[in-house]
Design a protein around this ligand. Structure first.
Ligand SMILES: [Zn+2]
Length: 393
């Protein structure tokens, strides 16, 4: 008996103990030497990179014809979030008749609109809608579905009902389905081309096992998106989803800290974006967008402000998920980064008539407590831009 116990002990030690010790040792070594899970164009992207702002070009303001504000992940109680919302209030109050605000999901942390506590959800979402002057569009994010609680259609429907009852607010896509749904933004605006928003429910796409049934299955959604984009004529198109196609923050595998980067190095994962489902869905989405590139693919989910010149899937990729001050996390740069900063705030797409009479589309980054910190022209004539210093923090 003793001999059997001894033999079992040694077997367990060899089968479990030794591999566990080796794994732990490797994890520790990888953590100490901070290996990099990503290398792009021969350049290493490590965790130690600071929040980053590339030198900004100040673009003199033309006459504002239309303004589309992109803000995501703002679903914290107002008292924790008052600075960002008051910045949004000031920015949209300037011209409410020419302004729309797109809330890019994660509108109510952390598990959405709970049926047993509707007043909490209403207070959090109501504070955001109150801060947005002019029409508002609200799209759902993973937290609105329930996040760690699972996928709960009733929470989406609860949020949708709340938004429907609010003045001048629209919930898209409808009924927890992925869309795509097309809406003309500010159709009365005196613009040479219309502005179209195409809303896509990316959380539905990413949860094949637990999403509700909708009229379309995955590939039909992608086909519909392609068809939609091919029928946008000469419009300025903004595709709005919750999940980014590209991000240089923790959801893309760029994370400070020790444990997760080490495991990513060991197992080849790159945070959320490295999950096979995420990768595949974003590849599909990118392929559909490429059929007729929109001006912007806008998303939240990552808690920073990032602008990329893309040219493959959209002309520009914008991540605006820094609506809640308490959630902001680090970000670095990628080869196509125009701007990246870990700071609460949002991005405003301003359609401005220049002195020559033509209209430019200018992306302006507006940060909590700092106002406008960066601007870049996305479309329209080149004007004089003079370099200014951006806040280096
Ligand atoms: Zn999210």
């Amino acid at each position: 008996m003793n001999r059997l116990a001894g033999w079992l002990g040694w077997t367990l030690f060899l089968v479990i103990g030794v591999p566990a010790a080796v794994l732990t040792g490797l994890t520790f070594l990888l953590a100490v030497f901070e290996p990099n899970p990503l290398e792009i164009n021969g350049e290493a992207y490590t965790q130690k990179m600071a929040p980053y702002v590339r030198a900004a070009s100040a673009i003199p303001a033309g006459e504002l014809v239309a303004r589309v504000v992109l803000i995501g992940d703002a679903g914290d109680p107002a008292e924790e979030n008052v600075d960002t919302l008051s910045e949004l209030d000031a920015w949209t109050r300037a011209a409410p008749d020419r302004t729309v605000t797109l809330f890019l999901g994660d509108n109510v942390y952390s598990v959405g609109f709970e049926p047993e506590d509707l007043s909490r959800g209403g207070a959090i979402l109501g504070a955001q809608l109150n801060a947005a002057h002019g029409p508002a569009y609200v799209i759902p994010g993973n937290h609105d579905w329930g996040h760690t609680d699972g996928m709960h259609l009733e929470r989406i429907l609860g949020q949708q009902a709340f938004v429907d009852a609010a003045p001048d607010a629209t919930y898209l896509p409808r009924d927890g389905c992925p869309g795509p749904e097309v809406t003309a933004l500010l159709p009365e605006a005196d613009l040479p081309r219309p502005i179209l928003m195409v809303a896509v429910g990316t959380t539905w796409l990413l949860e094949p096992m637990s999403r509700p049934d909708c009229a379309r299955v995955h590939y039909e959604v992608m086909q519909a998106l392609e068809d939609t984009l091919l029928n946008t004529g000469d419009a300025w198109v903004i595709v709005a989803g919750h999940h980014p196609i590209v991000t240089a923050g923790p959801h893309g595998g760029f994370e400070r800290g020790v444990i997760r980067p080490a495991f990513q190095a060991l197992y080849g994962a790159q945070g959320t974006l490295g999950k096979p489902v995420y990768e595949l869905v974003m590849e599909d989405l990118g392929r559909a967008l490429a059929a007729n590139r929109p001006l912007v693919y806008a998303a939240g989910h990552e808690h920073s402000l990032q602008l990329y010149r893309d040219g493959a899937r959209a002309e520009y990729l914008i991540v605006s998920g820094a609506g809640a001050a308490g959630h902001v996390n680090t970000v670095t740069t990628l080869p196509n980064t125009l701007f990246a900063h870990a700071h609460p705030g949002f991005v405003s797409l301003d359609f401005e008539r220049m002195p020559s009479g033509t209209v430019s589309v200018i992306a302006r980054v507006v940060e909590s407590g700092l106002g406008e910190v960066y601007a870049t022209r996305l479309a329209g004539e080149e004007g004089n831009s003079s370099a200014t210093a951006a806040p280096g923090r």
